[in-house]
Ligand binder design. Structure first.
Ligand code: SF4
Ligand code: SF4
Length: 398
């Protein structure tokens, strides 16, 4: 029983439970403090902070002092990556002088006043359909709706100015969370690891910002409250799972039936009356139990090989959930060495294949069945997830 069950009245039959979502939450559970996110620790925690972490962040803003002239890490690769981040960075930097880093530490506030009169919502089901239609119009590839489960909201936000926690300012009258996903470019991700492939991450965040702001404004124009949020404010993956968008993979990422793990997630908190979706299981956990492509492929061995457990590696892991947990310190260390983000675990994952959608639907169904070992063998045999060179990406004809 979570703290929200019993409060929601929009879903006949009650809210989706942790069991429905496959969550195994123990007595030791406590909500996460954003100060302990590995990216924030790289500012305040001397065991993570270094000249190299400073260079890592600086590389997203300024040209490197010297280009490596290595395929995928040359000037044009960083130029494209940083341009992909530009829109997300624009919103992140807009109010930095007020100690707000919107989209990453603080929710987005670039909104107009909404309507003072509320549109009458007779059917939360019909309203949910309208919201999903609007979200897709604004650019979302996937949309799901769940209840506002306060367990996933950070206890505190992080202040870069003070290098310490600051109060969470999310209003407390929200009932629902609309979760949206944007696809990351498959071909760019084939070139992981490279600075070029980091463009897929930046473009995903930039598209996220646009969709979320428009969607929140639409809701405000209907006379209701809405807060657009990217990586800030709350953990997105558990909300996405409860919203029926997918399952949790061994690599710690959301895996969806439509896009596999190749996506970025954003969310809008709202008091608009909306029907909620229910979690959908399609056999990911069972497939991950026999597949360790991500654990094998991870250069720092940050992804566990064993069964889900309550083990945490450091303060950047949330406690009290039995799951596969990635060692964020090891992972980030590799990013810093590469001067760009890494998604090797995403590239090699058999759920990340660019087959026609009907082929992937069939594959995913078989991967979730007793044929899973055969499907894993087939993916290996077909060479799924092999790296392509950044030069290939630059030279390919679209
Ligand atoms: S992003 Fe790279 S370093 Fe991090 S867990 Fe995945 S494969 Fe390992
Ligand atoms: S690579 Fe294999 S084990 Fe890892 S998340 Fe994907 S399916 Fe699961």
């Amino acid at each position: 029983m979570n703290s929200f069950e019993g409060k929601c009245t929009t879903c006949p039959g009650g809210c989706a439970t942790d069991e429905d979502a496959g969550f195994m939450i123990t007595e030791q559970f406590g909500p996460f403090n954003q100060k302990n996110d590995i990216f924030n620790r790289s500012f305040w925690d001397p065991s993570i902070h270094s000249e190299k972490t400073e260079l890592f962040y600086e590389s997203y803003r300024k040209p490197l002092e010297e280009w490596r002239h290595v395929d995928g890490y040359d000037q044009k690769d960083f130029a494209l990556r940083n341009a992909g981040w530009y829109v997300a960075d624009f919103f992140a930097e807009r109010l930095e002088n007020e100690d707000r880093r919107e989209g990453f530490l603080d929710y987005l506030t670039s909104q107009r006043e909404g309507a003072s009169e509320q549109r009458n919502v007779e059917s939360p089901e019909a309203m949910a359909e309208e919201v999903k239609k609007a979200a897709k119009l604004f650019g979302a590839d996937l949309v799901g709706i769940t209840y506002h489960d306060e367990r996933w909201v950070y206890t505190h936000k992080y202040s870069r100015d003070h290098e310490d926690e600051k109060e969470m300012d999310l209003p407390d009258n929200f009932v629902s969370v609309i979760v949206v996903c944007h696809e990351m470019d498959h071909d760019l991700l084939e070139t992981v690891p490279s600075a070029l492939s980091g463009t897929a991450t930046g473009v995903g965040y930039s598209q996220d910002a646009i969709t979320l702001l428009a969607l929140a404004q639409y809701i405000k124009n209907l006379g209701y409250n809405a807060v657009a949020s990217m990586n800030d404010t709350a953990l997105s993956i558990p909300l996405a799972i409860k919203a029926g968008l997918g399952e949790y993979g061994r690599h710690g990422l959301l895996i969806t039936p439509e896009l596999g793990p190749r996506l970025r997630i954003g969310k809008v908190f709202t008091d608009l009356p909306l029907a909620h979706d229910r979690p959908k299981r399609f056999g990911v956990k069972e497939f991950c139990e026999i597949c360790r492509r991500c654990s094998d492929g991870c250069p720092t061995k940050a992804i566990p090989f064993d069964d889900p457990s309550e083990r945490i590696y450091n303060s950047s892991n949330i406690s009290g959930i039995r799951k596969w947990t990635v060692d964020a310190e090891k992972c980030f260390d590799f990013w810093v060495k590469q001067v760009t983000d890494c998604s090797i675990c995403l590239r090699v994952c058999p759920y990340n294949r660019d087959y026609p959608s009907w082929v992937n639907r069939l594959r995913f169904r078989l991967m979730g069945s007793f044929l899973r070992s055969f499907m894993l063998w087939l993916d290996n045999t077909l060479g799924g997830g092999k790296r392509k060179t950044p030069r290939w990406w630059w030279e390919k004809k679209d």
